[in-house]
Design a protein around this ligand. Sequence first.
Ligand code: ZN
Length: 325
Amino acid sequence: MSPSASVCGRLAPSPTGYIHLGNVWAFLLAWLAARSAGGRVILRLEDIDPQRSRPVYTDAMLEDLRWLGLDWDEGPDVGGPAGSYRQSQRGALYAAAVQRLEAAGLVYPCFCTRRELRQLAGAPHLDDAGAPYPGTCRDLSAEECAAHRASGRKASLRLRCPSEPLCFIDLALGPQEASLVHCGGDFALRRSDGVWAYQLAVAVDDALMGVTQVVRGRDILPSTPRQLAILALLGYAAPQYGHVPLLLDGDGERLAKRHQSLAIRELRQQGADARRIVGFLGWRAGLLPVKQTASPAELLPRFAWERLPKDDQLCRREDVATFFA
Ligand SMILES: [Zn+2]
């Protein structure tokens, strides 16, 4: 059976640590959503941040995903029509996209430091999407920009955000509407250290790689209106989005790199069985009635958006210890 040309999903890991159960949960659901629709799957490495990405994790990540039974039609190890599947090698494409936005008058330099932004916004921390931005540098004159540069400040580049609300139908959550003005305002396309912003790279890559379906954790939902804005301003069609519940630890915390004991690498070293890990996740996703062993391919006929849980799912250490080995 040749894969349908209509659906193209993607797995987009960041090589900032070993992948853990929380990553695999989202990747498994993304893979099932695309494959169950007869679609293609792309693997793209989101290694755009040179300070956080480590090449050592890349090979481990691909190997762990294959060990679990996931596969992909295009990726850094198998190639494909998109050329490079590593964001760190796609900078020229992001630069070209920003040039187009600049030519349309939609980009401006921002000289605010992270510290100033924190103080301005009263925000205790910067999330992935950046702190809310009050528009301080939106209308700086050429002289003011020159003065900032002369004082040694480096500029980030911000997108002049559209004021209209952005609407989309989420595959898991239903109709969504968000206004960029009310959720963060003008956001960065390039950081002041020259690193391209996550929002820009993801939107450009999804468009240029022909991705039509983006399935990812609900924690990324606040980024979606930003990516929709970039896609629309560049004249690209938006993919369909599905934001799935998260896998949480026994304390209700989002699984993260600090949960080393739930890293696939660690579980493998302890002798865990891939079919048990996948079966556990399939059970948590409502695709299996009880905890049992399964491969991703065996879950395919059971996948349906209606079956997925509405709430985040707990993954306790005890569950893992007793079931995986
Ligand atoms: Zn600014």
